[in-house]
Design a protein around this ligand. Structure first.
Ligand code: ATP
Ligand code: MG
Length: 289
């Protein structure tokens, strides 16, 4: 069973997060055992992204969602950061600005969807509008309940335009979150990451869990599936995430585009230019070695 099958939330199913162990490690014993496979997957990801860029026909959108300190930044850094920045953009979504609030909730997101050949990574996404917006009652219930359908329609539009959509929920336990908060407190280089809301949001864990379960169940579709990745172990998160993205890109069955020029003719031009150059300079001294 591959990682996509293992962690995909079946469309039409009802997700129960309590049934998924955030500390799951599969067959791997520890980080060292998994490290070679992670490196291999990150390299494959780089190659496939190059192909996506060269082909220039399709695009990939990765939405990352999680509770605080679940490792969105780490996942981007260790896995997705392996991609070539030319053709890959990361967008973080914070509380909407006044201008953003004056538009529909998808306005700011739609503007950042990937162009053909590109990868876009959303660090938080339009899902905040059915998560934080629901938990904090930022909009009435009639508004957020309608958003699941709107999101599904929006993602269908993107898919029909050649965008593969992968939605990732990094699943950590409240115990692991607290451990990471402690590490942040103990490490001055991480103090900047601490906010008071980390603790207030933590108190709302059951509300968030319910909101996530609903959102993921209602919007995991064939063309835009959700994956719930056990994320208490950072290395396992990296392993599963890299595998899922690699498998998704492989399934696109991409190929390099045909050359736009006659390669044989260009080769002859090259040889002629090389001979002319050698005539001027007496040849490349390296060639005589
Ligand atoms: P970290 O996990 O490292 O703390 P972060 O993604 O939580 O990173 P923050 O700047 O701490 O980054 O938080 C961004 C905040 O913006 C989150 O609390 C999130 O809920 C909020 N936010 C994002 N989108 C919306 C939205 N549409 N409406 C209201 N709040 C939003
Ligand atoms: Mg935060």
């Amino acid at each position: 069973m591959n990682y996509r099958e293992m962690f995909q939330v079946a469309p039409g199913g009802k997700l129960k997060l309590a049934k998924i162990d955030p500390g799951f490690k599969n067959k791997h014993s520890d980080k060292d055992a998994a490290e070679p496979e992670i490196a291999d997957q990150v390299q494959k990801l780089r190659e496939l992204q190059y192909l996506l860029y060269a082909e220039g026909k399709r695009s990939l959108l990765i939405c990352l969602q999680a509770m605080d300190a679940a490792g969105k930044d780490g996942a981007i850094n260790h896995v997705l950061g392996g991609m070539n920045p030319q053709g890959c953009k990361v967008h973080g979504f914070k509380a909407p600005s006044k201008e953003e609030l004056a538009h529909d909730f998808l306005w700011r997101v739609h503007a950042r969807t990937p162009a053909k050949g590109e990868v876009a990574i959303f660090n938080r996404s339009h899902y905040e509008d059915v998560l934080v917006a629901r938990v904090h009652k930022l909009v009435p219930k009639e508004v957020w309940t309608e958003r699941y359908r709107i999101i599904n329609d929006f993602e269908s539009l993107l898919a029909a335009n050649g965008t593969s959509i992968v939605k990732i929920f990094l699943h950590i336990s409240p115990e692991e979150q607290l451990r990471r908060f402690k590490q942040r407190l103990d490490d001055p280089a991480r103090h900047w990451k601490i906010s008071e809301s980390d603790y207030t949001e933590r108190e709302l864990w059951p509300e968030y869990r319910e909101a996530y379960e609903d959102a993921i169940s209602k919007t995991s579709t064939k063309h835009a599936p959700w994956y719930v990745i056990p994320a208490d172990h950072k290395w396992f998160r990296n392993l599963a995430l890299s595998n899922i993205i690699v498998e998704t890109l492989k399934s696109l069955d991409m190929g390099f585009p045909a050359p736009v020029v006659d390669i044989e003719q260009i080769r002859q031009q090259y040889h002629a230019a090389e001979e002319e150059q050698n005539g001027k300079t007496g040849g490349n001294p390296d060639d005589k070695k």
